[in-house]
Design a protein around this ligand. Structure first.
Ligand SMILES: [Zn+2]
Length: 421
């Protein structure tokens, strides 16, 4: 389990389920006893109306509870956080030991300051763990120098679509937002269930609003005393109904354009930098730099590797090592372009599932969780081909198209004598 760093957020997250349970308990009492039993069955003898309301109410109630527990449990036990890098693990241990030896009691000012690993940005080692996972792909998101993005807090390379959540101080895949209502961080593993939960809650609230509104209107027409509990239900259902309807609508919008909440906030101005594979040894172009992996071991003094093919050539490179090298052009998208947009329907299916049962029931997980191929971490859209044409990037010749074996890459990373074209 990964909890929030700030104590107040942790407490709010713990108390909210109790508050929600109280609201649901109150709503169920008013709906069943006061509206259906007392008003429609005993006063008006309209048991068919009560039966219809009760059926719709409990179906939507069941689906709301089912999706709530699904999203809550996923967030607690599999929130899609990225493992910490070795430096962060080491630092975390030291922090724990330091707190223990200083006799500091539990949560303290360290709650805010813990887990800061500044000063490791980014790992300068050419054999940095995890780096090979990027250059075994054909496309990945990178910095200007062609290296993948780096998280200084987690001391780890950030895969595409990973963002650091300051609330839990961990990197999260397709991070959307921290939501105390469902117990934590909503991201790749939980977003589908989150949307289903807000959708069924909006329906549940609508059913309660309709029943409460009808019984109130009929009470006023018959000049019967208005039940204060029914007014209370109207207020609660109205508040949560508007809230969850708005959440559902915005979440569906994000899914259709294949953006997370984090992406969407800066979507109009965001410029992606992409490393796109080109033939081995391609020189820098007028509008792009190039980088070749594995990175060279700098000689004689340790300096950061540079882009645009400007390299410190070290030892002679064997022909086998030459074959393992991969060159990437570093290009920039225009503002607002989204390389992960694969069309509305496929965007939808990548999150919600491949059939209509998956869209409505919270059992199977999002297909994008299990997507990964030799080309990219997530499926990418036609923008990649557009960028190739826009920057006149040469195509990969057939003799370079075979994927690198990971075992070969791992072995390659351990050997000395890495070089660069
Ligand atoms: Zn991080």
């Amino acid at each position: 389990m990964v909890g929030a760093r700030r104590p107040e957020t942790r407490w709010v997250t713990r108390l909210i389920p109790l508050f929600l349970g109280g609201c649901v308990g109150f709503s169920t009492y008013v709906f069943v006893k006061r509206i259906c039993v007392d008003f429609y069955i005993e006063n008006r003898h309209e048991s068919h109306v009560a039966t219809a309301f009760l059926s719709v109410y409990f179906v939507s109630f069941f689906l709301m509870l089912l999706t709530y527990f699904r999203v809550f449990l996923v967030i607690q036990f599999d929130p899609g956080v990225v493992p910490l890098g070795p430096l962060a693990v080491e630092q975390k241990k030291k922090e724990k030991e330091r707190r223990r030896s200083s006799g500091c009691c539990g949560r303290s000012v360290d709650d805010l300051e813990a887990n800061r690993y500044e000063g490791y940005w980014p790992d300068p080692s050419v054999d940095s763990p995890g780096l090979e996972r990027f250059y075994s792909k054909d496309v990945f998101i990178c910095y200007t120098d062609g290296r993948p993005r780096w998280c200084s807090s987690c001391s780890n390379w950030k895969q595409d679509r990973v963002s650091h959540c300051s609330e839990i101080d961990r990197c999260v895949k397709k991070m959307d937002h921290y939501c105390p209502w469902v117990g934590g961080i909503v991201g790749e593993t939980s977003f589908k269930f989150f949307v289903q939960f807000t959708f069924y809650t909006a329906i549940y609230c609508t059913v309660a609003l309709v029943a409460a509104g009808m019984s109130l209107r009929e009470s006023l027409q018959e000049e019967v005393t208005v039940d204060g509990f029914v007014i209370g239900l109207l207020v609660i259902a109205g508040f949560f109904g508007i809230f969850t309807f708005a959440m559902t609508a915005t979440s569906v919008q994000y899914i259709c354009v294949n953006l997370t909440n984090v992406d969407y906030l800066k979507a109009q101005t965001l410029v992606h930098q992409l490393a796109i594979r080109v033939p081995r040894g391609t020189p820098p172009g007028p509008d792009y730099g190039v980088i070749t992996y594995p990175l060279p071991k700098p000689q004689p003094s340790p300096t950061s590797p540079q882009s645009s093919g400007r390299t410190a050539v070290s030892e002679p490179v064997s022909s086998r090592d030459l074959l393992a090298q991969r060159t990437f052009a570093v290009v920039r998208t225009e503002k607002g372009e989204n390389p992960f947009d694969i069309g509305v329907y496929r965007n939808w299916k990548s999150v919600m599932g491949n059939n209509i049962i998956d869209w409505f029931l919270p059992f199977n997980r999002s297909p994008c969780e299990s997507f990964e191929n030799s080309e990219s971490f997530y499926e990418m859209g036609p923008l990649i081909q557009e960028l190739r044409a826009r920057f006149s990037l040469p195509e990969i010749p057939p003799n370079e198209k075979g994927g690198l074996e990971l075992s070969e890459l791992n072995g390659r990373g351990k050997r000395d004598g890495d070089g660069m074209l």
